[in-house]
Design a protein around this ligand. Structure first.
Ligand code: NAD
Length: 445
Protein backbone atom coordinates (compact mmCIF):
# COMPACT_ATOMS: atom_id res chain seq x y z
CA UNK A 1 0.00 0.00 0.00
CA UNK A 2 1.12 3.60 -0.50
CA UNK A 3 1.64 5.42 2.77
CA UNK A 4 2.78 8.92 3.72
CA UNK A 5 4.05 9.56 7.24
CA UNK A 6 3.96 13.12 8.55
CA UNK A 7 6.66 13.73 11.15
CA UNK A 8 9.91 11.81 10.73
CA UNK A 9 11.04 11.58 14.34
CA UNK A 10 11.61 8.44 16.41
CA UNK A 11 8.11 7.13 15.75
CA UNK A 12 7.69 8.34 12.16
CA UNK A 13 11.01 7.06 10.86
CA UNK A 14 10.77 3.69 12.60
CA UNK A 15 7.20 3.29 11.31
CA UNK A 16 8.29 4.26 7.80
CA UNK A 17 11.34 2.01 7.69
CA UNK A 18 9.48 -1.01 9.12
CA UNK A 19 6.43 -0.63 6.87
CA UNK A 20 8.76 -0.25 3.86
CA UNK A 21 10.61 -3.40 4.87
CA UNK A 22 7.28 -5.25 4.93
CA UNK A 23 6.74 -4.26 1.29
CA UNK A 24 4.73 -1.05 1.49
CA UNK A 25 5.63 2.07 -0.50
CA UNK A 26 6.47 4.80 2.03
CA UNK A 27 7.04 8.55 1.88
CA UNK A 28 8.38 10.09 5.10
CA UNK A 29 7.66 13.79 5.47
CA UNK A 30 9.17 16.36 7.82
CA UNK A 31 9.45 20.14 8.03
CA UNK A 32 13.09 19.71 9.05
CA UNK A 33 15.05 19.80 5.79
CA UNK A 34 18.31 18.70 7.41
CA UNK A 35 16.63 15.57 8.79
CA UNK A 36 15.17 14.74 5.39
CA UNK A 37 18.54 15.19 3.65
CA UNK A 38 20.21 12.93 6.19
CA UNK A 39 17.63 10.20 5.69
CA UNK A 40 17.91 10.38 1.91
CA UNK A 41 21.67 9.91 2.35
CA UNK A 42 20.96 6.91 4.66
CA UNK A 43 22.29 8.76 7.69
CA UNK A 44 20.21 8.38 10.85
CA UNK A 45 19.09 11.63 12.52
CA UNK A 46 19.22 9.82 15.91
CA UNK A 47 20.65 6.63 17.39
CA UNK A 48 18.43 3.57 17.19
CA UNK A 49 19.78 0.00 16.95
CA UNK A 50 18.83 -1.80 13.71
CA UNK A 51 17.29 1.24 12.06
CA UNK A 52 20.35 2.01 9.92
CA UNK A 53 20.21 -1.43 8.31
CA UNK A 54 16.51 -1.02 7.47
CA UNK A 55 17.15 2.42 6.03
CA UNK A 56 20.06 1.19 3.90
CA UNK A 57 17.94 -1.61 2.54
CA UNK A 58 14.84 0.40 1.74
CA UNK A 59 15.81 3.98 0.97
CA UNK A 60 15.27 4.80 -2.69
CA UNK A 61 13.56 1.43 -3.12
CA UNK A 62 10.39 1.52 -1.07
CA UNK A 63 11.18 4.49 1.16
CA UNK A 64 11.71 8.15 0.25
CA UNK A 65 11.86 11.26 2.41
CA UNK A 66 10.70 14.73 1.51
CA UNK A 67 9.50 18.07 2.90
CA UNK A 68 6.63 18.16 0.40
CA UNK A 69 3.64 17.16 2.50
CA UNK A 70 1.03 18.08 -0.12
CA UNK A 71 2.44 15.89 -2.89
CA UNK A 72 3.08 13.02 -0.49
CA UNK A 73 -0.56 12.92 0.57
CA UNK A 74 -1.76 13.20 -3.02
CA UNK A 75 0.46 10.28 -4.08
CA UNK A 76 -0.56 7.90 -1.27
CA UNK A 77 -3.70 6.18 0.07
CA UNK A 78 -2.97 6.32 3.79
CA UNK A 79 -1.43 9.16 5.79
CA UNK A 80 -0.06 8.65 9.31
CA UNK A 81 0.42 11.64 11.59
CA UNK A 82 3.45 11.11 13.86
CA UNK A 83 4.31 14.66 14.92
CA UNK A 84 5.26 15.55 18.48
CA UNK A 85 2.60 16.25 21.13
CA UNK A 86 4.60 17.83 23.99
CA UNK A 87 3.04 18.75 27.32
CA UNK A 88 3.06 22.52 27.87
CA UNK A 89 2.48 22.50 31.62
CA UNK A 90 -1.31 22.64 31.25
CA UNK A 91 -2.20 20.26 28.46
CA UNK A 92 -0.72 18.58 25.38
CA UNK A 93 0.34 21.12 22.82
CA UNK A 94 -1.54 20.35 19.62
CA UNK A 95 0.18 23.01 17.49
CA UNK A 96 2.15 20.53 15.34
CA UNK A 97 -0.80 18.20 15.07
CA UNK A 98 -3.25 20.91 13.99
CA UNK A 99 -0.73 22.20 11.48
CA UNK A 100 -0.20 18.77 9.98
CA UNK A 101 -3.95 18.03 9.90
CA UNK A 102 -4.67 21.34 8.15
CA UNK A 103 -2.09 20.64 5.46
CA UNK A 104 -3.31 17.07 5.01
CA UNK A 105 -6.89 18.38 4.66
CA UNK A 106 -5.79 20.88 2.03
CA UNK A 107 -4.08 18.11 0.08
CA UNK A 108 -7.21 15.94 0.31
CA UNK A 109 -9.22 18.71 -1.39
CA UNK A 110 -7.92 17.66 -4.79
CA UNK A 111 -8.19 13.88 -4.25
CA UNK A 112 -11.08 11.90 -5.59
CA UNK A 113 -10.06 8.48 -4.29
CA UNK A 114 -10.66 7.23 -0.75
CA UNK A 115 -7.92 8.24 1.68
CA UNK A 116 -7.34 7.18 5.27
CA UNK A 117 -5.78 9.57 7.79
CA UNK A 118 -4.42 7.80 10.88
CA UNK A 119 -3.22 9.45 14.04
CA UNK A 120 -0.25 7.68 15.63
CA UNK A 121 0.93 10.52 17.87
CA UNK A 122 -0.10 10.11 21.50
CA UNK A 123 -3.12 12.33 22.16
CA UNK A 124 -5.66 12.59 24.97
CA UNK A 125 -8.97 10.78 24.44
CA UNK A 126 -11.23 12.72 22.09
CA UNK A 127 -8.51 14.48 20.11
CA UNK A 128 -8.82 12.45 16.90
CA UNK A 129 -12.60 12.84 16.69
CA UNK A 130 -12.98 16.30 18.16
CA UNK A 131 -9.87 18.09 16.88
CA UNK A 132 -8.32 16.25 13.94
CA UNK A 133 -11.50 15.17 12.17
CA UNK A 134 -13.11 18.66 12.06
CA UNK A 135 -9.81 20.21 10.86
CA UNK A 136 -9.57 17.64 8.06
CA UNK A 137 -13.19 18.25 7.06
CA UNK A 138 -12.87 22.05 7.08
CA UNK A 139 -9.55 22.13 5.24
CA UNK A 140 -10.64 19.60 2.61
CA UNK A 141 -14.25 20.65 2.22
CA UNK A 142 -15.05 16.92 2.34
CA UNK A 143 -16.85 14.61 4.71
CA UNK A 144 -15.16 12.12 7.00
CA UNK A 145 -16.74 8.68 6.73
CA UNK A 146 -17.75 9.39 3.14
CA UNK A 147 -14.78 10.86 1.25
CA UNK A 148 -12.05 9.84 3.65
CA UNK A 149 -11.54 7.76 6.78
CA UNK A 150 -10.03 8.69 10.12
CA UNK A 151 -8.23 6.20 12.34
CA UNK A 152 -6.20 6.10 15.54
CA UNK A 153 -3.35 3.63 15.84
CA UNK A 154 -1.31 4.31 18.98
CA UNK A 155 2.35 3.37 19.01
CA UNK A 156 3.94 1.34 21.81
CA UNK A 157 7.56 1.15 20.68
CA UNK A 158 10.33 1.72 23.19
CA UNK A 159 13.33 3.74 22.05
CA UNK A 160 16.41 1.55 21.97
CA UNK A 161 14.24 -1.45 21.02
CA UNK A 162 12.04 0.35 18.53
CA UNK A 163 12.67 -1.74 15.41
CA UNK A 164 12.11 -5.01 17.24
CA UNK A 165 8.98 -3.60 18.91
CA UNK A 166 7.53 -2.42 15.61
CA UNK A 167 8.39 -5.56 13.65
CA UNK A 168 7.06 -7.91 16.34
CA UNK A 169 4.26 -5.98 18.03
CA UNK A 170 2.48 -7.43 21.05
CA UNK A 171 -0.78 -5.72 20.03
CA UNK A 172 -2.08 -3.53 17.26
CA UNK A 173 -4.91 -1.17 18.05
CA UNK A 174 -7.20 -0.35 15.17
CA UNK A 175 -9.17 2.73 16.15
CA UNK A 176 -11.48 4.21 13.54
CA UNK A 177 -14.56 6.33 12.96
CA UNK A 178 -16.11 3.48 10.98
CA UNK A 179 -15.52 -0.08 9.73
CA UNK A 180 -13.94 1.11 6.49
CA UNK A 181 -11.26 3.11 8.34
CA UNK A 182 -10.44 0.13 10.54
CA UNK A 183 -10.53 -2.25 7.59
CA UNK A 184 -7.97 -0.25 5.54
CA UNK A 185 -5.72 -0.02 8.59
CA UNK A 186 -5.98 -3.77 9.14
CA UNK A 187 -4.99 -4.44 5.53
CA UNK A 188 -1.85 -2.40 6.05
CA UNK A 189 -0.87 -4.48 9.06
CA UNK A 190 -1.47 -7.89 7.44
CA UNK A 191 2.31 -8.58 7.26
CA UNK A 192 2.55 -8.26 11.06
CA UNK A 193 1.15 -11.66 11.92
CA UNK A 194 0.74 -12.90 15.45
CA UNK A 195 -0.04 -9.65 17.25
CA UNK A 196 -3.21 -9.27 19.28
CA UNK A 197 -5.59 -7.11 17.20
CA UNK A 198 -8.03 -4.81 18.95
CA UNK A 199 -10.71 -3.04 16.93
CA UNK A 200 -12.29 -0.08 18.64
CA UNK A 201 -13.26 3.57 18.35
CA UNK A 202 -10.67 6.34 18.26
CA UNK A 203 -11.29 7.57 21.78
CA UNK A 204 -10.72 4.11 23.27
CA UNK A 205 -7.59 3.65 21.15
CA UNK A 206 -6.25 6.92 22.59
CA UNK A 207 -7.10 5.80 26.12
CA UNK A 208 -5.36 2.42 25.70
CA UNK A 209 -2.06 4.18 25.04
CA UNK A 210 -2.32 6.42 28.12
CA UNK A 211 -3.44 3.56 30.32
CA UNK A 212 -0.44 1.49 29.25
CA UNK A 213 2.08 4.23 29.98
CA UNK A 214 0.36 5.23 33.22
CA UNK A 215 0.74 1.67 34.52
CA UNK A 216 4.47 1.54 33.73
CA UNK A 217 5.09 4.92 35.37
CA UNK A 218 3.09 3.84 38.41
CA UNK A 219 5.13 0.66 38.82
CA UNK A 220 8.37 2.63 38.71
CA UNK A 221 7.24 5.22 41.25
CA UNK A 222 5.82 2.45 43.44
CA UNK A 223 9.23 0.74 43.44
CA UNK A 224 11.03 4.00 44.11
CA UNK A 225 8.79 4.98 46.99
CA UNK A 226 9.29 1.58 48.60
CA UNK A 227 13.03 1.78 47.90
CA UNK A 228 13.17 5.13 49.68
CA UNK A 229 11.40 3.60 52.67
CA UNK A 230 13.86 0.67 52.71
CA UNK A 231 16.72 3.17 52.84
CA UNK A 232 15.06 5.15 55.64
CA UNK A 233 14.42 2.00 57.69
CA UNK A 234 18.10 0.97 57.49
CA UNK A 235 19.07 -2.68 57.28
CA UNK A 236 16.64 -3.37 54.42
CA UNK A 237 17.90 -3.54 50.83
CA UNK A 238 15.26 -2.85 48.18
CA UNK A 239 17.05 -5.18 45.75
CA UNK A 240 16.37 -8.16 48.02
CA UNK A 241 12.85 -6.91 48.67
CA UNK A 242 12.16 -6.71 44.95
CA UNK A 243 13.68 -10.15 44.35
CA UNK A 244 11.23 -11.45 46.90
CA UNK A 245 8.41 -9.61 45.17
CA UNK A 246 9.41 -10.86 41.71
CA UNK A 247 9.33 -14.45 42.97
CA UNK A 248 5.61 -14.18 43.57
CA UNK A 249 3.68 -16.53 41.29
CA UNK A 250 1.78 -13.49 40.05
CA UNK A 251 4.95 -11.91 38.71
CA UNK A 252 6.88 -15.00 37.66
CA UNK A 253 4.54 -17.96 37.17
CA UNK A 254 6.02 -21.42 37.73
CA UNK A 255 5.58 -23.80 34.79
CA UNK A 256 4.76 -27.49 35.29
CA UNK A 257 8.43 -28.37 34.65
CA UNK A 258 9.49 -26.03 37.45
CA UNK A 259 10.86 -23.27 35.19
CA UNK A 260 9.69 -19.73 35.81
CA UNK A 261 8.57 -17.14 33.31
CA UNK A 262 9.85 -13.65 33.99
CA UNK A 263 7.49 -11.25 32.26
CA UNK A 264 9.14 -8.07 30.93
CA UNK A 265 6.87 -5.94 33.11
CA UNK A 266 8.98 -7.08 36.09
CA UNK A 267 11.69 -4.75 34.72
CA UNK A 268 9.54 -1.82 35.87
CA UNK A 269 9.61 -3.06 39.46
CA UNK A 270 13.12 -2.04 40.49
CA UNK A 271 14.06 1.07 42.43
CA UNK A 272 16.21 3.69 40.75
CA UNK A 273 16.71 7.39 40.20
CA UNK A 274 13.45 7.89 38.32
CA UNK A 275 11.88 7.63 34.89
CA UNK A 276 12.25 10.03 32.00
CA UNK A 277 12.00 10.06 28.25
CA UNK A 278 9.69 11.71 25.80
CA UNK A 279 6.67 9.62 26.80
CA UNK A 280 6.12 8.52 30.40
CA UNK A 281 6.42 11.92 32.14
CA UNK A 282 4.49 13.85 29.53
CA UNK A 283 1.79 11.22 29.04
CA UNK A 284 1.08 10.88 32.75
CA UNK A 285 0.98 14.67 33.16
CA UNK A 286 -1.33 14.98 30.16
CA UNK A 287 -3.67 12.36 31.60
CA UNK A 288 -3.75 14.12 34.97
CA UNK A 289 -4.58 17.43 33.25
CA UNK A 290 -7.23 15.71 31.13
CA UNK A 291 -8.72 14.09 34.23
CA UNK A 292 -9.03 17.51 35.83
CA UNK A 293 -10.94 18.77 32.81
CA UNK A 294 -13.25 15.78 33.09
CA UNK A 295 -13.63 16.53 36.84
CA UNK A 296 -11.96 13.26 37.66
CA UNK A 297 -8.83 14.07 39.68
CA UNK A 298 -6.11 11.50 39.04
CA UNK A 299 -4.79 11.33 42.61
CA UNK A 300 -2.71 8.21 42.19
CA UNK A 301 -1.03 9.46 39.00
CA UNK A 302 -0.44 12.83 40.61
CA UNK A 303 1.58 11.03 43.29
CA UNK A 304 3.40 8.99 40.63
CA UNK A 305 4.72 12.22 39.10
CA UNK A 306 5.60 13.77 42.47
CA UNK A 307 7.55 10.69 43.56
CA UNK A 308 9.40 10.75 40.25
CA UNK A 309 10.24 14.44 40.41
CA UNK A 310 11.62 14.03 43.94
CA UNK A 311 13.71 10.99 43.10
CA UNK A 312 16.93 12.86 42.11
CA UNK A 313 16.96 14.06 45.73
CA UNK A 314 17.86 10.50 46.74
CA UNK A 315 21.08 10.81 44.76
CA UNK A 316 21.93 14.08 46.51
CA UNK A 317 21.17 12.56 49.93
CA UNK A 318 23.50 9.63 49.25
CA UNK A 319 26.26 12.00 48.13
CA UNK A 320 25.73 14.12 51.24
CA UNK A 321 26.67 11.15 53.41
CA UNK A 322 30.21 11.68 52.09
CA UNK A 323 30.37 15.36 51.15
CA UNK A 324 28.74 17.98 53.40
CA UNK A 325 29.13 20.47 50.53
CA UNK A 326 29.38 19.71 46.81
CA UNK A 327 31.35 22.87 46.09
CA UNK A 328 34.40 21.96 44.00
CA UNK A 329 33.74 18.20 44.32
CA UNK A 330 34.56 16.42 41.07
CA UNK A 331 31.77 14.06 40.15
CA UNK A 332 31.54 11.69 37.20
CA UNK A 333 28.06 11.04 35.81
CA UNK A 334 27.68 7.72 34.00
CA UNK A 335 24.82 7.83 31.54
CA UNK A 336 22.96 10.79 30.12
CA UNK A 337 20.23 9.25 27.96
CA UNK A 338 16.91 8.51 29.67
CA UNK A 339 17.44 4.77 29.10
CA UNK A 340 20.10 2.56 27.53
CA UNK A 341 20.42 2.02 23.76
CA UNK A 342 19.18 5.47 22.82
CA UNK A 343 20.67 8.95 22.62
CA UNK A 344 17.36 10.54 23.57
CA UNK A 345 17.80 12.86 26.57
CA UNK A 346 14.27 14.23 26.70
CA UNK A 347 13.31 14.42 30.40
CA UNK A 348 16.26 12.21 31.32
CA UNK A 349 16.84 11.98 35.10
CA UNK A 350 20.44 12.95 34.26
CA UNK A 351 19.24 16.50 33.64
CA UNK A 352 17.83 17.32 37.12
CA UNK A 353 20.69 15.39 38.74
CA UNK A 354 23.41 17.30 36.87
CA UNK A 355 21.59 20.62 37.13
CA UNK A 356 21.18 20.13 40.89
CA UNK A 357 24.84 19.26 41.35
CA UNK A 358 25.94 22.23 39.23
CA UNK A 359 23.71 24.51 41.31
CA UNK A 360 25.74 23.38 44.33
CA UNK A 361 28.96 24.13 42.45
CA UNK A 362 30.07 20.56 41.88
CA UNK A 363 32.40 19.98 38.93
CA UNK A 364 30.77 17.56 36.54
CA UNK A 365 32.26 15.30 33.93
CA UNK A 366 29.94 12.92 32.16
CA UNK A 367 29.99 9.99 29.79
CA UNK A 368 27.31 8.26 27.77
CA UNK A 369 28.07 5.66 25.07
CA UNK A 370 25.93 7.47 22.46
CA UNK A 371 24.38 10.66 23.86
CA UNK A 372 27.40 12.99 23.80
CA UNK A 373 26.04 15.18 21.01
CA UNK A 374 22.62 15.43 22.61
CA UNK A 375 24.22 16.32 25.94
CA UNK A 376 26.20 19.12 24.29
CA UNK A 377 22.88 20.55 23.04
CA UNK A 378 21.27 20.24 26.50
CA UNK A 379 24.10 21.56 28.68
CA UNK A 380 26.28 23.50 26.28
CA UNK A 381 29.96 22.62 26.22
CA UNK A 382 31.07 24.91 28.99
CA UNK A 383 29.03 23.71 31.98
CA UNK A 384 30.11 20.10 32.08
CA UNK A 385 32.99 18.13 30.58
CA UNK A 386 31.77 15.47 28.17
CA UNK A 387 34.14 12.50 28.06
CA UNK A 388 34.65 9.81 25.44
CA UNK A 389 35.08 6.74 27.62
CA UNK A 390 34.43 5.32 31.05
CA UNK A 391 38.14 5.27 31.83
CA UNK A 392 38.36 8.99 31.05
CA UNK A 393 35.27 10.05 32.97
CA UNK A 394 36.26 8.38 36.23
CA UNK A 395 39.78 9.83 36.24
CA UNK A 396 40.49 12.04 39.30
CA UNK A 397 36.90 12.13 40.55
CA UNK A 398 35.75 11.94 44.15
CA UNK A 399 32.35 10.48 43.32
CA UNK A 400 30.63 8.61 40.50
CA UNK A 401 26.88 8.73 39.92
CA UNK A 402 25.47 5.98 37.71
CA UNK A 403 22.28 7.27 36.08
CA UNK A 404 21.55 5.11 32.99
CA UNK A 405 21.43 1.32 32.93
CA UNK A 406 23.92 0.86 30.06
CA UNK A 407 25.44 -2.67 29.98
CA UNK A 408 28.89 -1.13 29.53
CA UNK A 409 28.71 0.27 33.06
CA UNK A 410 28.86 -3.24 34.52
CA UNK A 411 32.62 -3.02 33.98
CA UNK A 412 32.93 -0.17 36.52
CA UNK A 413 34.15 -2.34 39.45
CA UNK A 414 37.01 -3.65 37.27
CA UNK A 415 37.98 -0.13 36.17
CA UNK A 416 37.96 1.09 39.76
CA UNK A 417 40.40 -1.58 40.92
CA UNK A 418 43.50 0.50 40.17
CA UNK A 419 42.23 3.79 41.58
CA UNK A 420 43.58 5.14 44.83
CA UNK A 421 41.84 6.75 46.61
CA UNK A 422 38.59 5.06 45.69
CA UNK A 423 35.71 7.34 44.65
CA UNK A 424 32.28 6.99 46.19
CA UNK A 425 29.91 5.25 43.75
CA UNK A 426 26.21 6.14 43.83
CA UNK A 427 24.40 3.39 41.94
CA UNK A 428 21.27 5.14 40.69
CA UNK A 429 20.04 1.95 38.99
CA UNK A 430 21.14 -0.71 41.47
CA UNK A 431 22.81 -2.58 38.61
CA UNK A 432 26.19 -3.23 40.26
CA UNK A 433 27.10 -5.79 42.89
CA UNK A 434 27.38 -3.71 46.07
CA UNK A 435 30.17 -5.93 47.37
CA UNK A 436 32.32 -5.27 44.28
CA UNK A 437 32.89 -1.60 45.08
CA UNK A 438 34.78 -0.19 48.07
CA UNK A 439 32.61 2.88 48.68
CA UNK A 440 29.18 1.84 47.43
CA UNK A 441 25.89 3.67 47.92
CA UNK A 442 22.68 2.68 46.17
CA UNK A 443 19.09 3.84 45.92
CA UNK A 444 16.99 1.91 48.40
CA UNK A 445 19.92 0.52 50.36
P1 NAD B 1 9.89 13.62 17.50
O1 NAD B 1 9.95 14.96 18.11
O2 NAD B 1 11.10 12.75 17.49
O3 NAD B 1 9.41 13.76 15.97
C1 NAD B 1 8.37 14.58 15.54
C2 NAD B 1 8.73 15.08 14.16
O4 NAD B 1 7.61 15.76 13.59
C3 NAD B 1 9.89 16.09 14.15
O5 NAD B 1 10.91 15.62 13.30
C4 NAD B 1 9.26 17.38 13.60
O6 NAD B 1 10.14 18.15 12.82
C5 NAD B 1 8.11 16.80 12.79
N1 NAD B 1 7.02 17.76 12.49
C6 NAD B 1 6.42 18.65 13.32
N2 NAD B 1 5.43 19.30 12.65
C7 NAD B 1 5.42 18.80 11.40
C8 NAD B 1 4.61 19.06 10.23
N3 NAD B 1 3.62 19.98 10.24
N4 NAD B 1 4.87 18.39 9.11
C9 NAD B 1 5.87 17.48 9.06
N5 NAD B 1 6.64 17.17 10.12
C10 NAD B 1 6.42 17.83 11.28
O7 NAD B 1 8.67 12.87 18.19
P2 NAD B 1 8.52 11.30 18.50
O8 NAD B 1 9.32 10.93 19.67
O9 NAD B 1 8.67 10.55 17.23
O10 NAD B 1 6.99 11.26 18.95
C11 NAD B 1 5.92 11.49 18.05
C12 NAD B 1 4.63 11.14 18.73
O11 NAD B 1 4.61 9.74 19.02
C13 NAD B 1 4.37 11.84 20.06
O12 NAD B 1 3.01 12.07 20.19
C14 NAD B 1 4.83 10.82 21.08
O13 NAD B 1 4.20 11.00 22.32
C15 NAD B 1 4.40 9.53 20.42
N6 NAD B 1 5.19 8.37 20.81
C16 NAD B 1 6.53 8.46 20.96
C17 NAD B 1 7.26 7.33 21.31
C18 NAD B 1 8.75 7.42 21.53
O14 NAD B 1 9.32 6.51 22.13
N7 NAD B 1 9.43 8.45 21.05
C19 NAD B 1 6.61 6.11 21.50
C20 NAD B 1 5.24 6.04 21.31
C21 NAD B 1 4.54 7.18 20.96
Amino acid sequence: MKVSIIGTGYVGLVTGACLADKGHQIICVDVDEEKINKINHTALPFYEPGLGELLNKNIGVRLTATTDLHQSVVETDITFITVGTPFNGKEIDLTYLKDAATQIGQALKGKNTYHLVVLKSTVVPGTTDEVVRPILETASGRKAGVDFGVGMNPEFLTEGEAVQDFMFPDRIIFGGIDDQSRHVLEELYIPFAGAERIRTNNKTAEMIKYTSNALLATMISFSNELGNLCAALRGVDVVDVMRGLHSSKYLSPVLTNGDRITPPIAAFLWAGCGFGGSCLPKDVKALIAHGEKARMPMRLLDAVIRVNEDQPQQVFSLLKRHFPSFKGIRIAVLGLAFRPDTDDMRESPAIPIITGLLAHEAEIQAYDPVAKQEAAKVFGDSKITLCDSMAEVIRDVQAIVLVTRWEEFRSLPKLLEDLDPQPVVIDGRRMLDKSSIAKYEGIGL
